[in-house]
Every structure is written in structure tokens, then in C-alpha cells.
Design a protein around this ligand. Structure first.
Ligand code: SF4
Length: 373
């Protein structure tokens, strides 16, 4: 069955934020033409245009391409990827890039949803996160996007260096006032090899204490649900009818296509990841060479275990019947003793048909997955 979901990676940013380890090049707009040439070539992998339910253009910063670049990108994509009229088409955007011209171009390209990397509405927190925009840029961008009828998903980050619980609560309250249909709240992670990681090792930056980090996450859950957002995944919150359909496909382990440097595609069993270096991916694609890096071919049971972990991220939990139908594996055969242990520890509930994490389980979810995988 052809995938009904596709991801496209645009690896350009104005500058690399100190905590970011994504696949990208900063300040290398000279590579944009070559990127388009390589992307056109990779898209030829798709022989018959794919009919999609969702298309997600992430990065990097797709909005960094500007209005003309966005039109050029979508002209290219539409040759092989055809989202239907009621499909969900998301682009990621940096607040500084959101202008009337960009918004008009996005609408003209069929974009329905913009994921805005706002991160905070507080000047000190934005500085601490090494972001190059101000709080007013976030407010202005959300206003422009909403006025154009685009669905807005706003990213917020917690546990930034020096951020207090009160700071995080103010960010949440301010974000709610902006009225985005969707919010993603992520806790800062200190990835190896980033400038933040190096600064922490030198003692120049300090992580927020773990109990404060948890308190911020709980404040997000309480504040956003009280404001009418559905908490539908560990880090994601949506107004009614505005869950991210694309990410739901990931969490349901449905097959998806992916293009661009570092992009990972999944056919239901095998995950194939393109080379993470933008320049290597371009050189190899244009040279007609193999351009993927890791190929993770899973057995039926490994795929079922991964499906369980992804499914438990969702507040809907994992139903035994649906799990069997999708994976061909019995949930209790795959993880029965682990689930019983979680239930006894108050980390999950199990009503005999559906297993869900409790709030206590959500708070430590990252540490639970190793029990299954
Ligand atoms: S804008 Fe986003 S993708 Fe680009 S460097 Fe910053 S965090 Fe990374």
C-alpha cells in the first residue's frame, strides 16, 4: 500500500541555535539551488504521484526559503506528492520569517497549518535559548497566520537555562492568550555535540533541576487542559479537531515517505534514514550514488514493540484488539509482564482492553521505553 503521509526536510537556518542538533546548515544559502536539484532528483524515487492525507515540511526552517523559495519548493513537491483538498499540509516557520508575503505564498501553495518555533514569550528565556527572535515577533507572526485562516501550532520550550517555574507559567498564559489551535511543549534536552552541551561541560551553563523541570511539565498539562486544550500526546495539546494528523500517523506507526537530508522513511517494517550531512546527501543524490545512512529492518516482534512505545505516547493509549490487528502480535505476549509492573507502580492503567500511561507514567515516560524495546 502506498504511504499516505510524507515528510520533506528543508535544512536551512539563519543561525544554529545552541541547543539544536538537527540536520541543517546555517548561513549557507549558497546551497539552496543545489538542494532543490537534489530534492528533485530524490523525488523521482516516487514513480506514480502519491496521493497523500498529510504532508509535513520541516527542518531546519522551511520559512527561511522565503515566499519565492516556498513556491519553488511546492511546485517541485506537487509533481510527485499530491495532497487532496482536505489534506493537512504543515510547514515549520521561524517567527522572524513570517511576513504577509510568506503567508500569502503559503496559502497559495495549499499550506493549511504552520508550526511556529516560538519557544517563549520572555526576552530572557529567548536569549538563554540562543534564539534570534523577540517575543513580539512571535505575537506578530501568530496574528498574521491566524488572520490568514491558517491553523497555528505554537512550540514552547521549558527548562531553559535560568528559567523558573513562574517564568514557564507566564509563557503558557501568554501563549494561550494568542489562541493557537495547537501547542507543543518540549523540555530542553542537552544533546551531545551541541554548543549548549559544551558550555555545560565547561560549567558556563546549568540545567534546570529535575524537580523544577517536572513541575513545568505539570504546569503545562494543567494550564493547557484548563484552557480547553486536549492533552493528546506526551508533549502535544490541541483544540477540538486540531490534533496533528501527520504526527498521529507516526505514533500509529503507519507507513510514510520522507525526502531530504536526514529524513527517515518507514514502510511498516523498515526505517531508512537519508545521510544526515546536507552536503553529503546532495553530492550522493546528484552523483547517482546511495544516499541513505542507517537502515533499520525490524522483525515482526521488534516492530510490534516499537508500535507499543509510539502508541503509549498517545493519551488514547494502546488497545489490545487494534494492536493485534495492526501488528499481528499479542500485546501481552510482547510486554505483558512489563505492563503489569507499570500498573502495580501506578505508571499505567489497564482495563483489560486498553493500556494507558497515568500522569505519573507520563512524567517519567522517557525512562519507561527501555523496558519495552
Ligand atoms: S531555528 Fe530550529 S532548526 Fe534552526 S537551529 Fe534553531 S532550533 Fe534548530
Amino acid at each position: 500500500m502506498s504511504p499516505r503521509h510524507a515528510y520533506v526536510h528543508v535544512p536551512f537556518c539563519r543561525h544554529r541555535c545552541g541547543y539544536c542538533d538537527f540536520t541543517l546548515v546555517a548561513g549557507r544559502d549558497d546551497l539552496v539551488d543545489r538542494y532543490f536539484a537534489a530534492l528533485a532528483r530524490e523525488l523521482r524515487r516516487v514513480e506514480t504521484p502519491l496521493s497523500l492525507d498529510t504532508l509535513y515540511v520541516g527542518g531546519g526552517t522551511p520559512s527561511h526559503l522565503g515566499a519565492d523559495g516556498l513556491r519553488r519548493l511546492f511546485d517541485l513537491l506537487h509533481e510527485r506528492l499530491a495532497p487532496p483538498a482536505d489534506g493537512e499540509v504543515t510547514i515549520e516557520a521561524n517567527p522572524l520569517d513570517v511576513t504577509s508575503a510568506l503567508v500569502a505564498a503559503a496559502r497559495g501553495c495549499g499550506v493549511t497549518r504552520v508550526s511556529l518555533g516560538g519557544q517563549s514569550l520572555d526576552a530572557a528565556t529567548l536569549r538563554a535559548l540562543d534564539r534570534d527572535h523577540a517575543a513580539d515577533d512571535v505575537r506578530r507572526a501568530v496574528g498574521l497566520l491566524r488572520a490568514a485562516g491558517l491553523v497555528v501550532s505554537l512550540d514552547l520550550m521549558t527548562a531553559a537555562p535560568g528559567q523558573s517555574l513562574a517564568d514557564a507559567e507566564r509563557d503558557l498564559a501568554g501563549a494561550i492568550l494568542l489562541g493557537p489551535e495547537h501547542m507543543s511543549v518540549y523540555c530542553l534536552t542537552w544533546e551531545q555535540g551541541t554548543a549548549f552541551d559544551a558550555a555545560r561541560r565547561r560549567g558556563d551553563l546549568a540545567a534546570v533541576p529535575e524537580d523544577a523541570e517536572r513541575a513545568m511539565y505539570e504546569a503545562a498539562i494543567d494550564g493547557l487542559t484548563a484552557a480547553g486544550y486536549e492533552h493528546y500526546e506526551v508533549s502535544n495539546f490541541a483544540r477540538s479537531g486540531h490534533r496533528c494528523r501527520h504526527n498521529e500517523a507516526y505514533w500509529e506507526a503507519r507507513p510514510w515517505e520522507a525526502f531530504g537530508p536526514g529524513a527517515a522513511r518507514f514502510d511498516g517494517r523498515t526505517r531508512t534514514t537519508n545521510h544526515r550531512s546536507t552536503t553529503t546527501w546532495m553530492t550522493r543524490v546528484l552523483g547517482g550514488e546511495t544516499y541513505h545512512g542507517d537502515v533499520d529492518a525490524m522483525s515482526a516482534e521488534e516492530a510490534a514493540r516499537e508500535r507499543l512505545v509510539l502508541g503509549l505516547r498517545r493519551r488514547d493509549g494502546v488497545g489490545r484488539e487494534a494492536f493485534w490487528a495492526a501488528s499481528g502480535c499479542d500485546l501481552d505476549g510482547v510486554a505483558g509482564s512489563t505492563i503489569r509492573r507499570w500498573v502495580e507502580a501506578g505508571l499505567a492503567t489497564d482495563d483489560g482492553s486498553v493500556v494507558r500511561l497515568t500522569r505519573a507514567g507520563l512524567l517519567v515516560s522517557d525512562t519507561l521505553w527501555a523496558d519495552v524495546l
